[in-house]
Ligand binder design. Structure first.
Ligand code: LLP
Length: 453
């Protein structure tokens, strides 16, 4: 049961003025593991992953393909093991993400390998390890991958990433499927058909399906319906021109989650019922009922499970031009561990986590400790005016694209990630140490780059 409601993870609750997650007091977690700290509520992650999987399977019936978790949201060997146990597959998009899955001994056949500019060595590693499918993104990649597979004596299963030209209603930087975008083969220009023709000529490639991902943080299911309708034309084209049948239609991820208590959140069952109905009907009408649908949720599984805990360092009241005051609350992390506000104008909420306060609220801004005024985590929030040094603030729904997009700007260290459940906690990603960064440095020893003249 979700005690604090959206957007908190399901076991988050208050006892004696203290925030507990997974029955662990947040204050004790910080005493033990320091801050900033990403806290994953394991029960929440597992239950949410399960709800998507169950909703998907029950609504798609025998047209259910696979659920792929989008590792870009947040991946780690431990998370890969949870997904393995849940029978959820992995969508990975770099050699690094692939290395994590390999470390966890995640079966390659359950991995889909994405990316608009995969290097030759990434492709080679994917083919050698026999990933379930490589999702091809460009004409150059068709030839590149075909040659790699040929040289390795393998026949590689592939999908084609299609750009159906849909302008999903979400932030510009997380839309991926309008025409003017770096991803995939455009449907309207005819490139998508040409790509099918080119792949079908390559003896070392086996085309098993088509893929699209229309963007992220989508609440309006019409965009998915439109994507399905548009891609079906391409499945028809393939069916009319080739003996072999395509098996999979992968609709990508993008299912919207709540960051604020007032935000919507897509319900897995309602979402999959609606998408499933459109898919089953349209495939039946087009004599394509053998097709299986797959999806790739990342954020919808990872984001709500995780809360970031920060410790307050300094506070400052600033007079605004309109005569009001704003309290700047500076915490011990910043936009290196949550870039989403700076990058996408994302909105979050926060809660005082280490004590109760009866003080009145004041208009506040939560900022980090970087030398940059854009280093803002929450632009506008009403918080108790007595918040001060050493207080803890908890920011929920930070499990997707937080730690995974973190950087080391200002030589600051990326936070640890701990998992909590039933009063126990354990680290799955340790806090960086200064040695980790300093060890990257080398003493300059110069040598000629070419032996010519
Ligand atoms: N599949 C593909 C091919 C993708 O490119 C993505 C996300 C997903 C699935 C998962 O989408 P999700 O279900 O997580 O929305 N950094 C941005 C999001 C970038 C998403 C990139 N692709 C953010 O923080 O909002």
């Amino acid at each position: 049961m979700n005690l604090l409601g959206k957007p908190y993870s399901q076991t988050a609750t208050f006892k004696g003025g203290q925030l507990f997650i997974g029955d662990c007091s947040v204050s004790e977690l910080v005493d033990k593991y320091d801050s900033p700290l990403f806290v994953i509520d394991k029960a929440d992650f597992i239950n949410r992953a399960n709800s998507w999987k169950q909703a998907f399977e029950s609504n798609l019936g025998n047209q259910a393909g696979d659920v792929y978790y989008a590792g870009k949201a947040f991946i780690n060997s431990e998370i890969a093991l949870w997904l393995y146990d849940l029978n959820i597959n992995l969508d990975l998009c770099s050699g690094g993400e692939l290395a994590v899955a390999q470390k966890a001994k995640f079966p390659s056949s359950r991995i889909e390998f994405h990316g608009n500019n995969k290097s030759e060595s990434e492709l080679e590693s994917a083919v050698r390890s026999e990933v379930g499918a490589v999702v091809i993104d460009s004409f150059i990649e068709i030839t590149r991958l075909a040659n790699i597979a040929l040289n390795l004596g393998k026949k590689q299963k592939v999908m084609l990433r299609i750009t159906p030209g849909i302008d999903a209603h979400t932030h510009e930087f997380i839309r991926t499927s309008q025409e003017d975008v770096k991803f995939g083969f455009s449907l309207s220009s005819g490139d998508a058909q040409k790509a099918i023709e080119q792949v079908e000529k390559e003896p070392s490639l086996e085309l098993i399906g088509l893929h699209c991902h229309i963007g992220s943080q989508i609440y309006n299911l019409d965009s998915y319906r439109e994507a399905i309708l548009r891609l079906i034309t391409l499945f028809n084209f393939h069916q009319q021109n080739y003996q072999t049948k395509l098996q999979y239609f992968n609709l990508g991820g993008g299912f919207g989650v709540a960051y604020l208590p007032t935000d919507d959140q897509l319900d897995p069952n309602k979402t999959m019922a609606e998408i499933g109905k459109v898919f089953i009907d349209i495939t039946a009408k087009n004599n394509l009922s053998h097709l299986k649908l797959s999806i790739e949720p990342g954020r919808a599984i990872a984001a709500p499970s995780t809360t970031t805990i920060y410790q307050v360092g300094t506070v400052k009241n600033v007079n605004l031009e309109n005569g009001e005051q704003r309290k700047y609350i500076s915490v011990d992390g910043g936009f290196i561990d949550n870039m989403r506000t700076a990058l996408y104008d994302a909105t979050y909420t926060a809660i005082l986590a280490n004590r109760e306060s009866n003080a009145g609220n004041i208009n506040s801004r939560i900022v980090g400790k970087h030398c940059e005024s854009g280093d803002v985590i929450i632009k506008e929030i009403s918080l108790p005016e007595d918040i001060g040094a050493k207080d803890l603030l908890a920011i929920p729904a930070t499990g997707a694209y937080g730690r995974s997009m973190a950087s080391n700007y200002n030589h600051m260290l990326r936070p640890a990630v701990v998992v909590v459940e039933n009063g126990s906690a354990g680290v799955i990603l340790r806090r960086e140490k200064m040695e980790d960064l300093l060890n990257l440095e080398q003493k300059l020893e110069m040598s000629p780059i070419s032996d010519k003249g």
